[in-house]
Design a protein around this ligand. Sequence first.
Ligand SMILES: C[S@@+](CC[C@H](N)C(=O)[O-])C[C@H]1O[C@@H](n2cnc3c(N)ncnc32)[C@H](O)[C@@H]1O
Length: 296
Amino acid sequence: MKLFEKNGHAIIWGDAIDALTTQIPDRSIDLVFADPPYNIGKNFNGRKDRWPSDEAYLSWSYQWLELCVSKLKPNGSLYVMTATQNMPFFDIFLRQRLNILSRIVWAYDSSGVQARNYFGSLYEPILFCVKNKNNYTFNSDDILVEARTGATRKLIDYRKPVPTMYNTKKVPGNVWHIPRVRYRMDEYENHPTQKPTALLDRIVRASSKPGDIVLDPFSGTFTTSYVAQVLGRDSIGIEIEEEYIKIGLRRVNIQEIYNGEALRREPRTYEQQDSSAQQQLKIFERRPQWNTTSHQ
Ligand SMILES: C[S@@+](CC[C@H](N)C(=O)[O-])C[C@H]1O[C@@H](n2cnc3c(N)ncnc32)[C@H](O)[C@@H]1O
């Protein structure tokens, strides 16, 4: 296990269960966001996201879920994701330990290859749970969205002493339409299941205050730590794959150099093409004036 730390942001390179057990004191964390491997066969830099059986996956998951629960402060919150088919088991397990306040559906569209003979899966479930349903952080004013009721004009409330427009801002419901991270987006990193900053932005804003500690035991590209930093929270991110640790060190501004390697965002293929085109142009510009005008 290796630790990196700067300005209230810690990265732990190691196994989640080990790190949670040995590095994080009980009742010390305000908000946990856990986005583990889903047991669906993804490839995390060579590490297989596949357990020998559903039972094996669940018994591993129950270990880190139990640890996450014990790391939460008495007024802390936990958000957890997994595949749709595993979520009912997480739900039953957590219901016995925490209060589940929302069962969120993160919905997105896809233009890629989709199922043709059944209804393809275009959502991922998220559970939002708190330790104490009478004492937890929920900054509703910081996450308001425009209500989309289908009305084409602003409705006026005539029951008020002075007729007033209805307030159309509301706390989001439990279906969140947020696009997945695509290759051409600025935030894209080389990881198969990177979560969008917009998703974490809503979670971190709603369920933590500036200065709180946000913990992510399966950090991947460190979206959670990145968003926590932007929003003035502290963060602890755990990740087992060195390649992803390097992304985190760069994204959370902890280190620019790692073992002599400059940590840079991987250039997109289209950026490489763009920059070689610019180079050609510069070479051309450096040549003496023998171009079109000189022939006239
Ligand atoms: C679903 S991804 C998380 C993606 C992340 N939320 C993001 O926005 O990029 C799960 C991550 O867990 C990591 N992982 C797998 N097994 C682990 C373990 N035992 N301990 C810590 N991290 C692990 C994988 O390398 C992968 O990056």
